[in-house]
Design a protein. Sequence first.
Lengths: 144, 144
Amino acid sequence: MPTQLICPEAGLWTRRGQGIVGLPLSARPLEHSVSEPAPLPEPPYHVVVFTSLRTSDADGYGEQSARMLKLAAEQPGFLGVDSARAADGLGITVSYWRDEASIVAWRKQADHRIARADGRARWYESFTVHVGKVERAYGFTRPE
Amino acid sequence: MPTQLICPEAGLWTRRGQGIVGLPLSARPLEHSVSEPAPLPEPPYHVVVFTSLRTSDADGYGEQSARMLKLAAEQPGFLGVDSARAADGLGITVSYWRDEASIVAWRKQADHRIARADGRARWYESFTVHVGKVERAYGFTRPE
């Protein structure tokens, strides 16, 4: 299920390139799933790419996943997230962060640690995590 | 449709973290779709995150997408790709590259330029592109 959260610091969003989507905060409450790419923060910022293959155990996964996305969005330095999982179980979640310190803090966050342990124990066959720094970004929105 | 290609330079793949999946090259021909996260290259390497929302025009998209994934995998510096599109049309493709120059070269590749123009004209409502450098990576594979 694609889920997209938005930046709690509205001022960080900018329109770049050919003009990227980005509804005002008031139109995009944190728990509302919207199907469009996350707005582009101003580079540089940091990125975590989480690619995973799910097990067949679905019990509790959806709730935990939604809870973690909501919790992530409340962390200092959180800038946004895009997430998509295809029918065959491979999923990609890309989260954007203001700096490296905010990624480290999120990694240490207590509930998130427990959720990760649950994930390894029950929900994921395998996953990879790539952590990096975004130097440039652009986007496209179809003209109305 | 999740699609995963593999690195034409086998020596670049390494096992990191808790041991990541990575079948030998001989078992993973380039046109074979496999549903597992791409093997982890040795950092540092570069990443392109392409997040897109599709239009309802499906004509020719699947073929073009498959052709571009195959072509990307033939480019110098290509290290791997993960791709997933969910039922509601939001998709994420993350490709990994040895250096910035290989990303620039792929961007200039003639067939790829034409495909991108087609994408803007017909297949994408909107997209974002984030280009960055991966400094660390790790993975998990469920014990047998």
